[in-house]
Design a protein around this ligand. Structure first.
Ligand code: ZN
Length: 168
């Protein structure tokens, strides 16, 4: 099974600490503002429309995300998990780092894709592949829109949907 993930573009620190709840009040409101701005970017770059509800965003140590989405260490630094929310590795800084902000935008796209009728007719593997392809495309459109030279690369080969295709 393949879950959405964005791999870290830089090595994670040797250890990361979860933020203590008492330290996060000011950061959470900043993160909320960033999330709101990213929703506006997604709306400008795609047909998705936010319903005004922000998904929960959890900043947790990198290894906690790996445990959630991988069977073995996998260097995943961000993930959207339906019915839970978005998990961001604590070493990501979406408030200050454009690339990390783009990773959060990628996961927000997955949040908006969840349950969208345009994916309803696809086989599960093809559905995940199209969602991923679209999230990468919007992520790159966002990077271009903020004049970043960085681009993320979608590897279609990560999705082996041939089994599905053979059943036509
Ligand atoms: Zn993804």
């Amino acid at each position: 099974m393949l879950l959405c993930s964005v791999c870290a573009t830089h090595a994670p620190p040797a250890f990361a600490q979860a933020l203590a709840p008492s330290d996060t009040s000011s950061e959470v409101s900043d993160l909320e503002s960033i999330t709101q701005l990213l929703f506006e970017s997604i709306q400008a770059l795609s047909d998705y429309r936010s319903n005004g509800t922000l998904p929960p965003i959890f900043q947790v140590p990198q290894h906690a995300i790996e445990v959630k989405v991988c069977d073995e260490p996998c260097n995943v630094s961000a993930a959207y998990i339906p019915r839970e929310g978005i998990y961001l590795a604590a070493n990501l800084d979406p408030i200050r780092e454009p690339l990390d902000r783009a990773a959060l935008l990628h996961e927000l796209v997955h949040y908006l894709q969840q349950g969208h009728p345009k994916f309803a007719g696809l086989a599960p593997c093809e559905r995940e592949r199209s969602k991923e392809q679209e999230a990468y495309a919007i992520q790159n459109a966002y990077l271009a829109s903020i004049d970043s030279k960085e681009r993320v690369i979608f590897y279609a080969g990560d999705f082996d949907c041939e089994g599905d295709a053979a059943q036509h």
